[in-house]
Design a protein around this ligand. Sequence first.
Ligand SMILES: Nc1ncnc2c1ncn2[C@@H]1O[C@H](COP(=O)(O)OP(=O)(O)O)[C@@H](O)[C@H]1O
Ligand SMILES: N[C@@H](CCOP(=O)(O)O)C(=O)O
Length: 308
Amino acid sequence: MTLPDHAIVSVPATTTNIGPGFDCLGAALSLRNHFTFTRLDQSIEPVQISVSGLEAARVKTNETNLAYQAFAKLFQHLKQSPPLIKLEIRLGVPLARGLGSSATAIVGGLVGANVLAGSPLSEAELVAIAVDMEGHPDNVVPAMLGGCRLAATDLNGEWAIAPVPWHSEIVPVVAIPDFELSTAEARRVLPAAYSRPDAVFNMGHLGLLLRGLDTAHSDWLRAALQDRIHQPYRRSLILGFDAVEAAAVAAGAYGLVISGAGPTLLALAHADIAPLVAEAMKAAWEDQGISVQAQALHLDPTGVSVQV
Ligand SMILES: Nc1ncnc2c1ncn2[C@@H]1O[C@H](COP(=O)(O)OP(=O)(O)O)[C@@H](O)[C@H]1O
Ligand SMILES: N[C@@H](CCOP(=O)(O)O)C(=O)O
């Protein structure tokens, strides 16, 4: 069998948690990173990496690059040496902002390696390795599969993944500030255990959110976006959170949550007012002296895609 020498892998950004769905709910968004893998016959280095686009200078160009680490991990899983490659990365997803940039790198590297290896692994096997590398499923699952997804383990510890219907009138609006917050740092502030009232609060709100996303029932959505598992501990890491939340709600959003581990803030809004909500969030954050990019996005239905 002749193995492919080339693969262009495109992976969407993701927004996760969406209020009460900590570490289990996430949705793919209409921003993408591209990873081009080309097999080399000869090279002094195992990988030659170049990065272009948004904040390119901040991405590592040696073997510690996360996309390359994922590429090498897949060959390690196959008990093979990774081929010599050139890896070209084109960035459209801002780094360390709570939009799943690390998940794009993990999914991009694993899928690129699988293509160059002749596609020996199934989608489910790739998802399992990706979750293992990322440490939680909510980014890598929608990055791989597209849409909004809920992921939980089954009785054997395998991932049971359900698509979450998302009403077309509900628009995700993101405000992306010009400062970073690493996911590892934002996880360190979380408690190790929670009270029964807090657990019950989040179970009820996650259930309500799933029904609200399906129906666009505004009262359910307004109530559902509350959370007691991560946001109470993280909001103080995000200067301007209260002002941006107040502005989004005043402009008519159903509510505002931290996207992933932050610092990007995500409002859900009816399609008719989404651009106004984006403007209000941007103005409120700029009033705090912070540069911000705000935009109404849409859900990415596709997930990872490959051109050989
Ligand atoms: N396209 C990429 N290629 C290689 N590594 C990346 C890429 N995007 C992100 N990373 C790595 O992931 C880190 C950010 O991960 P993380 O703190 O989890 O933030 P995010 O919320 O964006 O996933 C970056 O500092 C970088 O090391
Ligand atoms: N559930 C995770 C999600 C982290 O997402 P990221 O996009 O910030 O990497 C968490 O909340 O820690």
